[in-house]
Every structure is written in structure tokens, then in C-alpha cells.
Design a protein. Structure first.
Length: 443
């Protein structure tokens, strides 16, 4: 078989039955970390017929899951209900020693950055150390957390070798970055292709077989490093293009040209263009964080990445740009920022989720409070927020009684009721697409 053939997309039927160890293990797969990636992944494997051990270090998180209160799309809520009714097929635990009972272990823990945009590898190091300590012959270990190139080798492959385990025969080591879009009901998780690389050809084979238990397509690449870099390219591509869309929005604003109309017109080109839309900032775990893992690694190697660096700088500055725009809008209305009443509509990082990670709304609120504004918010998906400054806010039950000087539309959920906005209100549209609101102005 040629190299090209080996790297092609594969299905489970095309793979040899080398991982036939169900009878040697109590579970087919263990998921380490049950957050926005790990829990849907665990449920996908369960729905596909695998026996799942679902592990998280937080008893609180397990209580949330067991009480059916986890933030999930409707289809995953149904899967969770089925899973919790099948204790022999789906087990929640905080006990890491149970990992030895699973034929495959998938690490799905967060890989954040700190306030200096330096990768925080503490959760990933701890999870990998736990998995390595519990590893036993016959197991497959897969890392899915986005990280730097070489991380799987450093944190999984080499520690396993140090234990005396032979990679590719005793144990199998793979990397396959997650591709979950929280809140997206338009694309089923099973329909999203997965990319996998292995420490050895046999590791790659076993990784592809594991993913094919639920994924319709698996694309195999030649190494762990290639798979790791693939994820970094995916999210860096998005970061650069979002930064460009924001810049074009500012340019169009200066030239009095409607940016959304421009983007829609450009999108009619059937090749060479992909639509990205401007907004008040970028949140979530991926785009604000993942490119910094690449930049951090490149700085150590003294490799210049000017385009990426500039894009991430612009993304980090975007919430401050929104604060300045609120000041500008207030000034045009003859009001100062001190004492001004600002109401933020939606504070989660994207519509129809409860996820507040890296949400620009939190930085925007803090920035306006620092300038002396009176700031409140309304969001049915986030009843309470804790700000980086130590301040906190609760969502208003009746935003109509606040009588804001400016309404900033940050995130617009499908169920958002904005009928309380008065006809003469000043509305700053951070979504660029709320053209049904009377009297709106754009960022």
C-alpha cells in the first residue's frame, strides 16, 4: 500500500481487527475531562455502542452532569438521559485508578493561557501524568486537547517509555484534536471528520479504529506532530480571518460602507473566499487561546510569525475598542461615561450557549465600570457573572426598568426578547447583524 493510500480517509470496515480486547477490559473507552468537549465525546461513544468510563476530577462537575444540568444541545441531552439509565454502559467517576479498566483513554482537559498569553499546561500535565501512571498493556491513549507541537511525545510517549512500556506493541499513543463546536445543532458530531496521527504506524491504525467507532470519516496523517499542527492551523486560520473582518468593519465604518453587505456580496464568489464576520471580540476556548500555544513555541525557537502575532494582538485589543466605541456613542449623545447607564445584551461568548470562557463581554463590562459607568446586563443563558476585577453582576430580571443610555448588543440568543428596547434608545450593535433594531449604530 502506498503512503498516499495509508493516509487516506478510512472507515472502520477498512481497518484490521487488531483492537479486539473488549473481554480484557470493563470499558471500551475512558474520557478524562467532562467539559464542553469531553462530555459530548463520551456521549457520542456511548450512543455508538461503546462502554464508557467518564472521569472528571471535580465532584461538582459530576453532580451537574448527574442532575442533567450540563450545558448540552438537545440531542446530547437525550443521549445523557439514556446514558444515566445505563450504569453498566456509562459510569461517572472521579477515581483515576479506574482508568486501567478501559481499553482506550482519551484526554479532553482544557489548555488555557494565562493573563500574559502564556500556555497554562498544568491541567494537561496532571491529566497525562495520571493516565500514564494508570496505563497497562493493551491500552490506547489518545490526546485531544489542543497544544504545542511535540506535546504528546513529551507528556505521554516518553513517560510511557520510562515506565518500560513499548510504544506500538504494549501501548498505543495517538493525537486527534477535538472538533466540537458548542451549541452548533447544524452539524452532527459524527459527521465531522477526525484527524489522527500516531507515534508509530500501528498506533495510528489503532487510533483510526477507535475514532471510527462513532465518526463517519477519519483522516490519518503521518505523525503526532502533523496532527497537532493541523489543529493549530485550523484555529489560527480563524483567528487571522476574524481579525481581518474586524479591521474591514472599522474601515467600512470610516468610509460609510455597509460591512455585512460587502461580506455577503464577496460570498457570492464560488471559490477563493470564505465569509468571516466582525463582532465585539472573540471568546471561547479555541481562538483566543490556541494560536498562543504556537506563538509560545515559536518564540523559544526564535521563529518569526508576524501575521499571527499581529492578528492575536488585534483580537486581544477588540474589547477595548468596544469600550472606546461606547464612549464615542455616549459623547455624540452629549453624555459622559461617568454615571452613564449601559446595558449589555448577552454575555456568553456565542449565541445559544452558557459558555462564558474568554467572553469579551466580561472585559467590556469591567472596562466600562473602570470608567465610572453604571453597567448591567441581561442574558437568560448566564444568570450570574464573576468579572476578572473581582466584581460580579446578575442578569436583570426586567431590563426595561433600567432605562439605559446605551444598549450594547453583544450576544443575541435565539430566545432573546428585545421588545423592551425603547424606540428612541441608542443601540450599539456589536453583532453587526441585528438590523431589525430601530436606531442601531454599528461598532
Amino acid at each position: 500500500m502506498s503512503t498516499l493510500d495509508v493516509r487516506a480517509d478510512v472507515s472502520i470496515d477498512a481497518l484490521p481487527p487488531t483492537l479486539t480486547v473488549r473481554e480484557a477490559f470493563d470499558f471500551d473507552v475512558a474520557i478524562v475531562g467532562l467539559g464542553y468537549v469531553g462530555l459530548p465525546t463520551a456521549l457520542a461513544y456511548f450512543a455508538a455502542g461503546s462502554r464508557v468510563l467518564a472521569l472528571d476530577a471535580s465532584p461538582k462537575r459530576l453532580r451537574v452532569i448527574a442532575s442533567r444540568a450540563a450545558d448540552l444541545i438537545d440531542s446530547d441531552r437525550g443521549r445523557l438521559e439514556d446514558a444515566l439509565r445505563t450504569p453498566k454502559g456509562f459510569r461517572l467517576t472521579t477515581d483515576a485508578t479506574e482508568l486501567s479498566r478501559a481499553a482506550a483513554v482519551i484526554v479532553c482537559v482544557p489548555t488555557p493561557v494565562d493573563h500574559q498569553q502564556v500556555p497554562d499546561l498544568v491541567p494537561l500535565r496532571a491529566a497525562c501524568a495520571t493516565v500514564v501512571a494508570a496505563a497497562r498493556p493493551g491500552q490506547l491513549i489518545m490526546l485531544t486537547s489542543t497544544t504545542y507541537v511535540g506535546c504528546t511525545h513529551d507528556l505521554v510517549e516518553e513517560p510511557l517509555r520510562a515506565r518500560g512500556l513499548h510504544i506500538g506493541s504494549d501501548v498505543f499513543v495517538t493525537f486527534s484534536a477535538e472538533r466540537i463546536d458548542p451549541g452548533n445543532i447544524g452539524i452532527a458530531q459524527e459527521a465531522v471528520p477526525r484527524v489522527v496521527g500516531g507515534a508509530t504506524p500501528q498506533c495510528e491504525e489503532e487510533g483510526a479504529r477507535l475514532l471510527s467507532r462513532y465518526a463517519a470519516r477519519v483522516h490519518r496523517v503521518s505523525s503526532l506532530a502533523t496532527a497537532e499542527m493541523t489543529k493549530l492551523l485550523e484555529n489560527t486560520f480563524r483567528a487571522v480571518n476574524i481579525a481581518l473582518a474586524n479591521e474591514f468593519a472599522d474601515i467600512c465604518g470610516a468610509l460609510d460602507v455597509p460591512i455585512t453587505e460587502v461580506i455577503e456580496a464577496a460570498s457570492t464568489k464560488p471559490y477563493g473566499f470564505m465569509a468571516f464576520y466582525p463582532g465585539p471580540g472573540v471568546g471561547g476556548h479555541c481562538i483566543p487561546c490556541d494560536p498562543h500555544y504556537l506563538l509560545w513555541q515559536l518564540r523559544a525557537l526564535r521563529v518569526d510569525a508576524g501575521v499571527i502575532t499581529q492578528a492575536m494582538t488585534r483580537i486581544a485589543a477588540r474589547p477595548g475598542r468596544v469600550v472606546d466605541r461606547v464612549r464615542d456613542v455616549l459623547g455624540r449623545a452629549g453624555k459622559g461615561t461617568l454615571g452613564a447607564r449601559v446595558l449589555v445584551v448577552g454575555v456568553t461568548y456565542k449565541p445559544d450557549v452558557s459558555d462564558l470562557r474568554e467572553s469579551p463581554a466580561l472585559e467590556i463590562i469591567d472596562g466600562l465600570l473602570d470608567l465610572g459607568a453604571e453597567v448591567q446586563y441581561v442574558d437568560t443563558h448566564a444568570p450570574h457573572v464573576d468579572l476578572a476585577s473581582g466584581r460580579a453582576r446578575d442578569s436583570l430580571a426586567d431590563p426595561g426598568v433600567f432605562h439605559p443610555d446605551v444598549v450594547l448588543v453583544h450576544t443575541r440568543h435565539q430566545d432573546a426578547d428585545l421588545t423592551w428596547i425603547e424606540a428612541d434608545a441608542v443601540v450599539l450593535d456589536g453583532t453587526y447583524r441585528s438590523d431589525d433594531l430601530v436606531g442601531r449604530v454599528l461598532l
